[in-house]
Design a protein around this ligand. Structure first.
Ligand code: NAP
Ligand code: HSE
Length: 426
């Protein structure tokens, strides 16, 4: 009784404020759950002068060395974001024998190996549950609960902003710009929403999950990313007509020829469990040889939801400290599988194009597809307007580069005015 475990928080923004609140809210039960009282001793911020409602100002510092050189601080909670100085601070902390909890997906998706190696060398914990899908427990389930499985596929709706935008476009017929403005107003989007709408934010989360699910390091550069900015209301209407929805999906597969991983808009049949994940919610769908299908659902961002995952990690570190077993589960990448070039990946496609409304055009198009080994699954032509007709073609699974070659040739043809949409189907 009376034992204390001291921690420092790096950052007091959205997530940091949530972590601070949970420290306060849960302090009375920490002794029972952890076996010691958890105390926040210092908070590192950028601007000391900033007003921070509800935060004890005496804890604030802008000097990292005050935390690094304080031997009483055993746990460092990094919620500043960005690559530097976060990476240096985490490495400093680990080298000083401190345990680290972080929510920083940008960092883990690129420097995960280096940071985990440093943690392992020091027998320290480096936990990052909040880095993927905010509140949703997925890192721990993949590393521990599903450890008996050979995982073959991980599908994720792991960006709240884009899921919110696509939901509003589908359900309220909102256009992209209005939906993005609303997502920004609601605080889902990053200050610069490029990483959200262009798929990079989701790409980082897919790199982290793929590394863990397939036991082989995948970094952000390995992930093909394509955003949702080209999705139009016409595409949404066709999706509706085909009993589908459009989702920005992270798709990772472990195949005999290597790991396939990408983030792109997908037409998903409404019967798939991920099709019902609406608004800013996130979900991860996993297929393993023993568990079969499993889905994890919840809030992927926000002050308290993200802090919930961070605090879960902090409590784990504290328990490990109590039982002297920190560093028990570190990097689980014991294989070195190749990551496939995305051009070699096979997908089904939805293609929308504007063509000349005359005889022989369809025959020319199907010939080009045939020449490039693209097999057609369906063709839809709505009423033509004068000279122009809109054609919608669905393909069977085809290698990305075969489709690209066919589209390049089609774009050159006189009777094809425009390839309006190219969307993958699941
Ligand atoms: P944020 O609101 O921008 O807060 C960042 C905090 O870090 C601020 O308090 C800032 O200080 C401090 N900071 C930044 N650079 C610093 C530096 N060089 N030295 C000292 N302090 C510094 O960010 P956030 O939304 O809380 O996100 C934090 C991390 O959590 C990021 O890695 C993010 O990707 C991850 N994450 C966020 C969410 C979410 O919903 N927001 C969800 C999952 C994961 P000042 O206050 O003085 O400016
Ligand atoms: N901007 C991110 C999202 C926040 O929309 O999901 C969490 O990473």
């Amino acid at each position: 009784m009376g034992k204390k475990i001291k921690a420092a928080l790096l950052g007091a923004g959205t997530v940091g404020t949530g972590v601070y609140k949970l420290f306060e809210r849960r302090s009375d039960v920490m002794e029972q759950t952890v076996g010691a009282e958890l105390e926040l001793k210092k908070i590192l911020v950028h601007s000391l002068g900033k007003k921070r409602a509800g935060i004890d100002e005496s804890l604030l510092t802008d000097d990292w060395n005050e935390i690094l050189n304080d031997d009483e601080i055993r746990i460092v909670i990094e919620v500043m974001g960005g690559i530097e100085p976060a990476k240096t601070y985490i490495l400093d902390a680990l080298h000083a024998g401190k345990h680290v909890v972080t929510a920083n997906k940008d960092l883990i998706a690129v420097y995960g190996r280096e940071l985990l190696d440093a943690a392992e060398e020091q027998h320290c914990d480096l936990l990052f549950e909040a880095a993927v899908a905010g509140a949703i427990p997925i890192i721990r389930p993949l590393k521990q609960c599903l450890a008996a499985n050979e995982i073959s596929e991980v599908l994720g709706i792991v960006n709240g902003t884009t899921n919110y935008i696509l939901t509003r476009m589908f359900e309220d017929h909102m256009d992209f710009e209005t939906a993005l403005a609303k997502a920004t107003e609601l605080g889902y989007a990053e200050a610069d929403p490029t990483a959200d709408v262009e798929g990079m934010d989701a790409g980082r989360k897919m790199a982290i999950m793929s590394s863990i699910a397939f036991h082989s390091r995948v970094v952000f550069d390995d992930v093909y990313t394509e955003g949702i900015t080209k999705i139009t209301s016409k595409d949404i209407e066709y999706a509706r007509e085909f009993d589908s929805v459009i989702k920005l999906l992270g798709v990772a597969r472990n195949t005999d020829k290597g790991i396939e991983v990408g983030v792109y808009p997908v037409m998903l049949h409404k019967d798939h469990p991920l099709a019902s994940v609406r608004d800013s919610f996130n979900a991860v769908f996993v297929h393993g040889d023993a568990v079969d299908d499993a889905m994890f659902y919840g809030r992927g961002a926000g002050e308290l939801p993200t802090a919930s995952a961070v605090m879960g990690d902090v409590i784990d570190v504290a328990r490990n400290l109590e039982y002297h077993c920190n560093g028990r589960i570190s990097c689980t990448c014991y294989k070195e599988e190749p990551v496939k070039a995305f051009d070699e990946v096979k997908n089904k496609f939805f293609l929308r194009m504007q063509v000349k409304n005359t005889y022989g055009v369809l025959a020319c198009i199907t010939k080009v597809f045939g020449d490039h080994k693209v097999s057609i699954a369906r063709v839809v032509q709505k009423a033509a307007e004068g000279e122009r007709a809109e054609l919608v073609i669905g393909t069977e699974k085809v290698k990305e580069y075969h489709l690209k070659d066919a589209l390049r040739e089609l774009k050159e043809m006189e009777n094809i005015y425009e390839i309006s949409s190219v969307i993958r189907e699941y």
